[in-house]
Each structure stands twice: as structure tokens, then as C-alpha cells.
Ligand binder design. Structure first.
Ligand SMILES: Cc1cc2nc3c(=O)[nH]c(=O)nc-3n(C[C@H](O)[C@H](O)[C@H](O)COP(=O)(O)OP(=O)(O)OC[C@H]3O[C@@H](n4cnc5c(N)ncnc54)[C@H](O)[C@@H]3O)c2cc1C
Length: 419
């Protein structure tokens, strides 16, 4: 009889595992607790602004190789858009200076030596300090390794690491920061092109994956929450979904691709990250000015990044825990005042929505990073996946997809070499 692999959670980790396994002809059932797939990376219709929006603006970089492979596999790579070269426009709200950071394509960073390409107000020499961040010890913070001050820090290192790690950079894990820098800045401009989901996250990353899985005969069961795992001595015996219990046959397996707090409630004693950081997004229903770049970095503001979509401007604020209790209208007004001043649009507040994801990512500190488990567990037919497992990357789309790929590869290895 063919084995069935039960994947719990239809976020990007679960979907990527399902894609890899179905590509090998495996029989897969994905069980998702909510009524939709995508987890923390999805679109929904928002009644306040009368549009379909994403739960949060998500940025990919051209160096996110697993994410791009995933998109190619589901035929959706054309749905990511971005400039032909690695360019990022910035504005400093305090000084009103504007500049465009232009990385050169190759690995040798000659953009550092060109005042028209590097960060406004910096010298080539300033960038030497970044080399210290390439291979730091695991237990160190970014603040232990580099001085978190000065123009280069405020205008490049802080925005980059805040976006990638979703934590105030001085407290962030230097090891995770290093992984980001090695795979982006140090890999050259070819790896740094910013890419966004033109038609929304679900249309780009989720629906094409669901169609591919359906074509390959996989089943995706929504509103099917795993309530408990029945453990045997060295294997999982059954999955308890409340009204239904699924007994696992000898060759069946489980990939648990749920958030860390859900995994910890299902597997007693599992060590997982326990601290989180929020991300705040504000969406405004308004046509962006014709010359508005798709992504604009903002320095010295509450706003950090402004994303322009047809008929909408959206703002991202990482590590936004300080804003969680601010009254929504007050926050919308503060954010819009900055957006209006940057774009030249009228000061009157357009239709808006604020989305605050409290547990957007685990807190990327060295202590929390040390709590991330690998994909293998003590039970031979149970594997873990998710952006919070030990991927070596911060909690990102790329990390989530790599974790799913890894769990699928481990399953295949075990099948080839049964214990
Ligand atoms: C606002 C925001 C902005 C972000 N911006 C970026 C960005 O710019 N770039 C980037 O790379 N990353 C970004 N991220 C991070 C990225 O979204 C995540 O890393 C990624 O989506 C995590 O995927 P996952 O599959 O590991 O987890 P999840 O997406 O959390 O998926 C887990 C799934 O498991 C389901 N589940 C939970 N319990 C059960 C159960 N008992 N039974 C069945 N199903 C269950 C959940 O409903 C969910 O669908 C952002 C995240 C947020 C929230």
C-alpha cells in the first residue's frame, strides 16, 4: 500500500514540503486549521478599504533561491516584480535628503567606491566594518560585533537588518544577521534585487501551489485542526483531529509545519522559541503618485518602508511592538502624515486599515535562536518544519520554504534507508 504523508499546516513550510513530496510521486494530505492556506503569508478581502490586501507587505530578494525555485515549480515566477538591477530608493525624513542605493551585479562591491551608488553621506572606508559581521560567533548580538551608530548604520545596516530580522538590530543575533548579509549584500547585486508579489501574496505564492498540488493528486483539508498526536515508543501512532482520528500505517509519516507555540502544545517537552516580535502594516486606499517607486525606504520616521500598489499605498513597520497598544486611528494619522509628506499627497486621511501581527516572527535574539530545533524528532515518522526551526536564517519566506524542502528530503532519505 502507498504511504501517506500527513502535513500539518498549509503555510509556506507545509506547502513547500507538499510540493517536493508530490513531485516525487508521494501521496500527501495537508491538514490546515483555518479556512485558508498561506498562514502568515496570505491575502484577504478587507471591508474597511474595500480591497483585497496582504496580511503584510512581504519583500523577497533575488538571492532567495529556494523561494524562486518554489515559484518556478508552481509556474508563478512572473508574478514577482522588481527592478532589473538592485536599486533601493531612500528618503531621510529629518534632512529631506533622497538617494538611491545601487549595488553592482558582481560579488566585488565596487558600488562602495562610487558616491553616486553608495549611501548618501558615507565614505568607502565606513563599509569595512561590515566584514566583521560575515562570520561572527553564534552567541553574539549584532551590537557586540559592530558599533550600532553612524550614518552607514542608520541609513543601511539598521533598515536592512530590521527588515530581515524583525528585531531592533543591536539585540539581534549576529549569526542570523551574518546569514542574511552573506546571502544578499556579500553575494552582489544579482542577489539583492527587491521583488514583490504584484497581484498579492495569495495569487503569487499560495493559489498556484494549491493548484499544482491538486493536479498532483494531493488533498488539502481546510478547517481540519490537529488537536493531539498519539505517540508510540519510537513512532507516532495516530493523529487526533477532534471528530476524527487517523491511525498511521507503518510507512506513513507526519510533517508538523505549524507555528512554534502550536508545535509545543502538540509535542510535550519540545524546545521552541518563545518570544516574538510584531510587524505593523498600514494600508491606504489611494492612487500612488506616478513617480512613486514600488518600494521606498524611510529613515528617521515611524514609517520604515512604503510599498506602492495600484490604487493603494502600504507601509511596513518591523519590530512594531511599541505600537501594539497605540489607538488605531491615532496610528493611522501618524503614519499617513509621514506618507503624505514623502509623497506630496493631500494630508486628508484616505480610507485605511491597520494590521498588527503580534507574533509575526520569533524574536531573532541569540537566546531564542538557540532554542530552534532541527527537523528530526525522537519519533522516526515525525518531522518538523517552519520558519522557526533551525534553518540558519531568520523567520522569512526563504527560511520557511527551505525548512519544508528539508523535511521532505529527510523523509525521502529515510524511505531510501529504512531503520
Ligand atoms: C506581517 C508580516 C510581514 C512579513 N514580511 C516578510 C517579508 O517581507 N519577507 C519575508 O521573507 N518574510 C516575511 N514575513 C515572514 C513570513 O511570512 C513567514 O516566515 C512565513 O510565512 C512562515 O511560514 P510557515 O509555514 O513557517 O508558518 P505559518 O505561515 O505560520 O504557517 C503555519 C500554518 O499552520 C496552521 N496551523 C497551526 N496550528 C495548526 C494545527 N493544530 N492543525 C493544523 N494547522 C495548524 C496555521 O493556521 C498556519 O496556516 C512576514 C510575516 C508577517 C506576519
Amino acid at each position: 500500500m502507498t504511504a501517506t504523508i500527513h502535513i500539518i499546516g498549509a503555510g509556506l513550510a507545509g506547502l513547500s514540503a507538499a510540493l517536493k513530496l508530490t513531485a516525487r510521486g508521494e501521496h500527501v494530505i495537508v491538514h490546515e486549521a483555518t479556512a485558508f492556506a498561506g498562514g502568515r503569508c496570505r491575502s484577504y478581502h478587507d471591508a474597511s478599504i474595500g480591497m483585497t490586501i496582504d496580511n503584510g507587505n512581504h519583500l523577497l530578494l533575488s538571492g532567495n533561491r529556494a523561494a524562486l525555485d518554489y515559484l518556478r515549480e508552481v509556474g508563478a515566477e512572473q508574478r514577482l516584480i522588481g527592478p532589473a538591477a538592485a536599486e533601493f530608493q531612500f528618503i531621510d525624513l529629518a534632512s529631506r535628503e533622497r538617494w538611491t542605493l545601487r549595488f553592482n551585479d558582481g560579488r566585488i562591491p565596487w558600488w562602495i567606491f562610487d558616491p553616486a551608488r553608495r549611501v548618501q553621506g558615507t565614505r568607502a572606508f565606513d563599509y569595512a566594518a561590515l566584514a566583521r559581521l560575515l562570520w561572527p560567533p553564534a552567541e553574539k548580538t549584532v551590537g557586540d560585533i559592530i558599533a550600532c551608530k553612524g550614518t552607514l548604520y542608520w541609513r543601511l545596516v539598521e533598515p536592512l537588518l530590521l527588515a530581515a530580522l524583525n528585531i531592533d538590530p543591536p539585540r539581534g543575533s549576529a549569526k542570523l544577521a551574518a546569514a542574511v548579509i552573506r546571502e544578499t549584500l556579500a553575494a552582489g547585486g544579482r542577489a539583492c534585487r527587491p521583488l514583490i508579489a504584484r497581484d498579492g501574496l495569495s495569487a503569487t505564492l499560495i493559489e498556484p501551489a494549491l493548484s499544482t498540488l491538486q493536479q498532483r493528486g494531493a488533498e488539502v483539508r481546510l478547517e481540519h485542526q490537529l488537536r493531539a498526536i498519539r505517540f508510540g515508543t519510537r513512532r507516532v501512532d495516530a493523529l487526533d483531529f477532534g471528530g476524527e482520528t487517523i491511525a498511521l500505517a507503518e510507512e506513513d509519516a507526519v510533517i508538523l509545519a505549524v507555528p512554534p507555540y502550536a508545535a509545543a502544545s502538540l509535542i510535550r517537552g519540545l524546545n521552541v522559541p518563545t518570544e516574538f516580535r510584531a510587524i505593523v502594516n498600514a494600508h491606504f486606499r489611494i492612487e500612488p503618485p506616478a513617480d512613486q517607486p514600488p518600494i521606498l525606504g524611510v529613515i528617521n520616521g515611524t514609517v520604515e518602508w512604503i510599498f506602492a500598489f495600484p490604487g493603494r499605498l502600504s507601509v511596513t513597520i518591523s519590530a512594531g511592538d511599541r505600537l501594539i497598544d497605540t489607538p488605531r486611528e491615532e496610528l493611522a494619522k501618524t503614519i499617513w502624515a509621514e506618507v503624505a509628506s514623502v509623497t506630496g499627497l493631500a494630508a486628508e486621511l484616505p480610507a485605511w486599515q491597520i494590521v498588527r501581527e503580534r507574533r509575526a516572527t520569533f524574536a531573532a535574539t541569540p537566546a531564542q535562536d538557540a532554542k530552534r530545533p532541527g527537523a528530526q524528532t525522537a519519533w522516526r515518522n515525525l518531522l518538523l518544519a517552519g520558519d522557526w526551526t533551525d534553518t540558519g536564517l531568520p523567520a522569512t519566506i526563504e527560511g520557511a520554504i527551505r525548512s519544508g524542502n528539508r523535511a521532505a528530503a529527510l523523509f525521502a532519505d529515510r524511505k531510501a534507508k529504512p531503520s
